[in-house]
Design a protein around this ligand. Sequence first.
Ligand code: ADP
Ligand code: ZN
Length: 668
Amino acid sequence: MPMKFAEVAIALPMDRIFHYAIPERLSQEVAVGKRVFVPFAHRNAVGYIVGFCDNADVKVVKEITGVIESDPVVNEEMRALTQWMKDTYFCSWGEAIEATIPAGIKKGKREIGTRLGKKEIQEAAQERSLPHTPTKEQESALAAITGAHDRNDARVFLLYGITSSGKTEVYLQAIDHVLKKGKTAIMLVPEIALTPQTVERFVSRFGDQVAVIHSGLTQARKYLEWKRIKQGGARIVVGARSAILAPLESIGIIIIDEEHETTYKQEDVPRYHARDIAQWRAKRHGCPLVLGSATPSLESYYRATHDDYTLIKLTRRIDERMLPKVKIVDMRMELATRRQIAIFSKVLLDALEATLKRGKQAILFLNRRGFSTFMHCKKCGLVFKCKRCDTTLVYHFEEKRLMCHYCGYSVAPPDICPKCRGAYIKYFGVGTERVESEIARVAGGASIARMDSDTTSARGAHDKILGDFKTGETTLLVGTQMVAKGHDFPSVTLVGVISADASLNIPDFRASERTFNLLTQVAGRAGRGEHGGEVVVQTYTPSHYAIQTAAKHDYEKFYDQEIVSRKELNFPPFTHLVKITVRARNDEAAAKAAANLADAIKAADVTIAVAGPAPAPIARIRGYFRYNVVLKGEDRPAICLLLRKVLGEFRKPYGILIAVDVDPMSMM
Ligand code: ADP
Ligand code: ZN
């Protein structure tokens, strides 16, 4: 007997589903997973049918006005997954569903775009690259992974191996195995634009069976690729975070390369982590999940050494090449011997000169964009701050403006201080733009490129900068963490880290881990060719263990120290954190609501540790005052369940916004 009402999820931030009556004329068309038009708050909204029921929860039930397409856009797996996502990540069911379908069809359009061009398919299917004969280590890694696949064992493997130890080759051959057994594969990389070489290897090994999903695709192309995957036209999906939500069926393996990367966590609603979703889907499909990294996240390494995951190590580099030598330069000494604060130490300048003389290339890394980090008046001390955020403004030389990195606000820098009318306005701190302009003065004639989010906003800009550097068109590359990723530049023999402290001083319990990862990665860019390489790390805290262990390429030693402090402070991996940010235009109202919410949580459960409310590290963004309440506990589902209950009963005053971030990657 057909049920009378449809349960419809709508992509609005409301934790509930809505009941609609099914008119006779649509009774044959409605089905779970289909998109429908429904009247909602005086307009026509798009919703997703997630179920049916006999009793509606409202007296006056409105009718569905139309069914959008004949094929459901949400299959049974995605229905279940998005339901889990809504319960875990504090989004609505509709918001979770919208994360799984391409933007092009969200608005309720029926069809967009055309078919994939023949030319594109041919391009993708060019020559195939052949597999290497695996080394002993690779062979045992493959045996473990394919064995799990053949047993339908949803085991999680941590493939821990230094760069060039052959991890990617293991991924390729493991995928080949599952394809031969008639299954499909998902391969996640941190960012497509920054890993063109890895993606290229998948395309050249598997040809047009691969669908590459990335942000550079037009909406129409994204939609077509999604449809191709859904209809079984692609058997391997390669992509960044969102590719984990691809509607692939019969999955035989899921792989996450560089699993420690923070890009796997989505910062906006739904705030999911690709690793969690991967684990959920692997369980559902009964297939292995492989997490690969040279510097695993503390969470994963802990689990891999405590029977949760299975640890596989690749300890040798394929070509037995030495890792580059790392020199730590104590900038306090530089400061003592020179009158001015130097951006470049003598050691770095000498190394740079020698490198350029030999006709080699160098990378200079600084994880801070812009020219200066702040500007202030030397006479009265006034620091130029954003009008809407609690942040200092960064001077950008090219635009000749002071800019806010949080809200985009910008102003022309004044010549005289608006407070004291003094004319002593100075720039402080160093960003990539400043490094670029200073190095141009000392590296006479070298051609320099800069890569950061200011220079790469245009489509194709990444490829151009990386391409020019690869061909030797440019000899010096200055950049933020974008230059640290897995690029392979054989002629780079020097990497200079301008300031290792930039990431160490962030108020976040993961600051050491971030610093270690960044330093290890950027150091790995030196000496990838036969010429060897060296790395110069400038720092004011040379004895910090993150810097010391990174200089020795010693992940395990870093882990051993870091895990002790995590344990002492009861931070992840020993607990799960849930960060609740309460914000409002009125400071007092935000503080009061945050305090009330914290009290309500404390009253509901005494076993969950509640910290705060405290002003967020950036206490105001875009004119909103922000307060954080942080929950800490071992049992994530229990915390989520409790918090959902408290939030459901919480009387949120008008003008208050609440955002919940489960397992947050940033404490800001
Ligand atoms: P990782 O992903 O750990 O950085 P890769 O898989 O990219 O390592 O391997 C590094 C280099 O060695 C690549 O150029 C790759 O083609 C090559 N390679 C990998 N495995 C083998 C092998 N078994 N025999 C020969 N070369 C290999
Ligand atoms: Zn701002």
